[in-house]
Design a protein around this ligand. Sequence first.
Ligand code: SOE
Length: 398
Amino acid sequence: MMTRPPVRVAVIGTGFMARMHAQAWRTAHRFFDLPGEPVLQLLAGRDADRTRRAAEALGFAESTTRWEEAVSRPDIDLVDICTPGDLHEPVAVAALEAGKHVLCEKPLANDVAAADRMADAADRAAARGVVAMCGFSYRRTPALALARRLIQAGRIGRVRHVRAQYLQDWLSDPEAPFTWRLDRRQAGSGTLGDIGAHSIDTAQWLLGDHITDVSARLRTFVESRPALSEQVGLGGRAGAGATRMPVTVDDAVAITAEFDGGALGVFEATRLATGHRNSNRIEVNGEDGSIAFDFRAMNELEFYDAHDPAGEQGFRRIQANEPEHPYAGAWWPPGHGLGYEHLFTHQAADLIRAVGGAGTASPSFADAARVQRVLAAVEHSAHHDSVRTRVHTDQGEQ
Ligand code: SOE
């Protein structure tokens, strides 16, 4: 029997992220003590059959082909947006105006103007007790949350360097099929917004500082790709003669960045780094020490303390699975490890806490709009031969 008030969730989208979020909503209240219990009420997708089958498999009570239903139905409490970027703004703004709490996948929007409108809608809704959060999921990795705790406690001192690389290889093959992630109209940008945005958010969050200036280069290595068809599924290969679709976004990005706290950052992201399935790395060097993280060893944080005794110095590898570590105490005994899906369960738990009035939803839409400004500055710089570009902080600029 349910003892906590239900939080009835509608997930919009049926892809990888929708499946991931569904498992998080199913799990969060079973491992964390939450003020509400998520209920998988409604799944919305484009194709009726596919959506109905996905709803059954994932445990939703109902399915629909109209996202508007999620917004207009009085029995939906929270709308979770897992669609391509071009739908984020219409769904989020309508949901917030209808008084629904919103979780929106990253990047928040396809451009700064849309991100600002979403942040404004979230502000107006907050005045009525409605919560909005953007899904920069890596913030919920215990090892990275520990890194933030150490940095914010001053354990590595004033930060000088941030070095981040987010490397994938699922687009290395020029015959890998076209997806919405390669269409500027649907995705806003390519690697930059899809995975570079994670590194930018992680860096700003770890330091508690903002990027003020960037200089960047973008590159598209493969200009067209075979259209996805019955014959060519994702991860498949097209035969000769397949229709080709133009790639209208970047494949790779390289950025140098300055932070308002004085640090210098170097960021690289690509989906064509052969051999790297999902290497999300970040290193931060301060006056008194360093931290280093690589998602391939997501349960570990490397920490160097420059104040260790001479002769004993070196990076130590902390298994961030002890009860003292963020989120970890809710799970398995130390050393047994967590996986990618746990980030989303932690995200769902934090959001339900915020909905129940215990804690704030972070990153807010305003935080995510700030990331969007960095993405816009990167694109501006790259289109002007890497000119140093200021990240505007006022709404309405850039
Ligand atoms: C695809 O590149 C993707 O699924 C991203 O969209 C996610 O944000 C990242 O966590 C994993 O890779």
